[in-house]
Design a binder for this molecule. Sequence first.
Ligand code: GEK
Length: 262
Amino acid sequence: MPDKRLWTSQDNGVTETERDNLFALPLGSKADFVFDEKVARVFPDMIRRSVPGYESIIAMTGTLAGRFATAGSRCYDLGCSLGASILAMQRAIRDRDCQITGIDNSQDMLDRCRLVLGESRDLPRVELICGDIRSARIENASVVVLNFTLQFIPVAERQALLGHIFAGLNPGGILVLSEKVSFSDVRHDQLMIALHHDFKRARGYTDLEISQKRSALEHVLIPETLDVHRQRLRRCGFHSVDVWFQCFNFASLLAIKAPEST
Ligand code: GEK
């Protein structure tokens, strides 16, 4: 019987996580993807083998927070899952006076997140909230992170959420927005999807796993083009918006709120 546990380095410690085989066997009925206990258990393995560039985006989220977090302000990780971005920010922010708030509406994710984060007295304090990011209180923020979470919010509600985040950001504050994206050129879109599936195959997922996961996410994860994201962020009022990372159909944007002086 192979050992199902994997030891995943989270830089400041080691997290025990199982290998993701949730879609390995044929599923009788088609059900939408949910962030339940089964997913939380395998999440670190699942996201690393599913999202090209995930490790770089998480590490650079820390680097960005290290530059933009200001003394006495708050940093938010919206849809924090097991806290990968929280850990990266905690390590990069030198000001102990900053507080990091992680919000997720999956209690199963947050229960595991608490175990991953543990107690670290000499790092910025972390508060974890179980709730919907659409009704979250965001205030005095210097850094807001939405890493692969906006894609799960209904398209019609995305503008309101981003507007709410913009209102809670201090002048000079940033939003890091990472998403699976689509492309308006159909051939390019299909090529990026095929390359993403090659990435997953190279990391051990079978064609059955890839197609069953794709069906489960079909009505749950709705990608949009980079142009749509850029335009929406500009409409919210961000004065500087652009992509800082892209690998196939996964990208991360940096949106900056103007400093008071400009
Ligand atoms: C990472 N950022 O490791 N309110 C709160 N949480 C939500 C909502 C909502 N309305 N909708 C979804 N979630 C993480 C990865 S995973 C991305 C983020 C993925 C939560 C959901 O419970 C899940 O934990 C997270 O958003 C999305 O970088 O699995 O592709």
